[in-house]
Design a protein around this ligand. Sequence first.
Ligand code: G3P
Ligand code: MG
Length: 416
Amino acid sequence: ITDEKASGASKKKALPFAFAFDIDGVLLHVAKPIPGASETLTYLQQHNIPFILLTNGGGKHEAERVADLSARLGVSLSTDNFVQSHTPFQELARLGGGSFGSVDAADAQSQEENHNGSLRHKNILVTGSDPAKSRLIAEQYGFRSVITPADILAAHPSIFPFEPLLTERYAATARPLPTPNPKIDAIFVFNDPRDWALDSQLILDLLLSEGGVLGTYSAKNGRKDLEGHGWQSDGQPRLFFSNPDLFWSASYDLPRFGQGAFQGALAGVWAEITGGKASLKSTTIGKPYALTYAYAERVLGAHRAALLKSGGGDNTKKETVEAELQHEMQEAEGGEKAATGGLDGNPLERVYMVGDNPESDIRGANEYRSPAGTDWTSVLVRTGVWSAERGEPKHTPRVVVDDVKAAVGWALEREG
Ligand code: G3P
Ligand code: MG
């Protein structure tokens, strides 16, 4: 990155491009910054070049994760330029919301139509790396009746016949169930579960239940031969996953299992139980799905507009403007205006998506069709899931570079 290349950006004119950075395998290996990451983000901030962080990670509320990332990377980030896997779930808690904005959930690899109707006051089961934390996030999103596996285990100890793995944590965080056998309307996997045995047992109990009522069983659920003969899956709990990552790049030399591995295990047990006669219906969001890219584009558009309206450095003023624009963005719901963050006449023409995973970051950027005509350019780095020894990437990036610093250098060179 050279000064003159980036310096044009600092003259508060609306640059036609911005960046979206994946986190794991691009900026960090778990908690350790990847060389060049901090320097690169700092440079972009100093030169008023807009960027967002777009991760399939999760498990903490956005505010907590952003504070953690700012400390680790030595860059001041805010929730206004940060989207993680489960961030769009908050749309489903909005009164009257019930859908994911203007992008149909079908783009989110959903096998069911995009129901409307807010889940705000419905009973939902949440799980993740720490279900008690997932519950706090869900409540901060607006969900008002959130149940965790620990609550169910405390109320029905024999529901899981083995010695539970996380006894202390479950005992410390369990809350009473709303009723002894509640009807559960939706199940959310907020991030990578740790207790696959208990989580799978409970999720499959509910998917095989009569209308989502805990402790009941119905042999009809999911049976393809029954669909269209007057039997509907209405009333069955909807199952949401926050991302499909089979692998991700952690601290170990080889990629590690992500939430996609849990989904594969769950689908395998479902197939064994139902003899392959029943479809496992679920909605998965996160990269590579269009729903998440549309959501990210709206966030990036509003952030870019606020950055330029406030002249960059003044954080307080920027945040006020950003809050107004985020509201405007929500109203615009993914239309032309939202994608440009209200910068009429200065549309965002290109987003450089810098990622390490061909199946999520690269595929998502390659396949996303922006309602505002913004071109998402995929840039694959060598510091994460993919490496040349794994063969050609399944989804071809616009370019392959060593790391995030080289990615930004290539893009700025290209922007001239
Ligand atoms: O759980 C994190 C993993 O799924 C990938 O995160 O930042 O590479 O999208 P990221
Ligand atoms: Mg990654």
